[in-house]
Design a protein around this ligand. Structure first.
Ligand SMILES: [Zn+2]
Ligand SMILES: [Zn+2]
Length: 215
């Protein structure tokens, strides 16, 4: 089992890096400024892999600021071998200085996270069970009325969050989607993605997830 998951994450790291190489010299799908590997990787994690965005445009689309999306993203990369490897690969490719895990190339677009912010975020994640905040009890099953159902099968994370983002885009606010996702990393990735994007994970019983679109 141990060897199996290690092999899986190696393959995923390779796939992520291949995708980053393919998207070399990409431009922001919104404002058309050139974007670096780091911003492409951030785009992939957030569900923008079909049209990578610069940190500023991504933040704006998520009703957030570049600094506010960075701390949770860094934690997200930290605990995933494949993303951590791809993030480090990007540092090497661009030959940038890195402070607290944040590459200098991002500071030009207003992204800055203080060590305090990063630590607070790490603690936050540790106190979170399956992404549902410890203080909040998951919604009881009989109170959950899903408006929409989607069986994503074993779709892998990058594709899954892209498809999810597009689905939520076409739904009215507060719609509840019942999702079935059997990818082995879904129990970690989906709660993290919800935290990053502001959608609410009402209940998680892998492979089923009830997610409410943000307002
Ligand atoms: Zn942009
Ligand atoms: Zn960069």
């Amino acid at each position: 089992m141990e060897t199996q998951s290690r092999a899986d994450s190696d393959i995923t790291a390779e796939a992520l890096i291949k995708e980053l190489q393919r998207l070399r010299d990409a431009h922001c799908g919104q404002c058309h400024t050139p974007i670096c590997h780091h911003q492409v990787l951030m785009s992939m994690a957030l569900g923008f892999k079909n049209a990578p965005h610069c940190a500023n445009c991504m933040a704006r689309k998520l009703d957030s600021t570049p600094s506010d999306i960075l701390a949770p993203l860094m934690t997200y990369f930290d605990v995933r071998d494949c993303y951590r490897a791809a993030w480090a690969w990007a540092h090497e490719q661009e030959n940038v200085e890195v402070h607290n895990g944040v590459p200098d190339c991002l500071s030009t677009c207003g992204v800055a996270a203080s060590p305090q912010e990063l630590n607070a975020e790490r603690e936050n994640v540790q106190n979170t069970s399956l992404g549902v905040h410890a203080k909040e009890t998951p919604k009881p099953l009989d109170e959950l009325e899903a408006h929409s159902d989607w069986d994503a099968g074993a779709m892998s994370c990058g594709d899954l969050v892209l498809e999810l983002r597009l689905r939520f885009q076409s739904m009215p606010p507060k719609t509840i989607l019942k999702l079935c996702a059997s990818d082995i990393s879904a129990p970690q990735d989906l709660p993290a993605w919800c935290r990053l994007t502001g959608h609410k994970l009402l209940r998680a019983e892998p492979p089923h997830y009830w997610i409410q679109r943000k307002e």
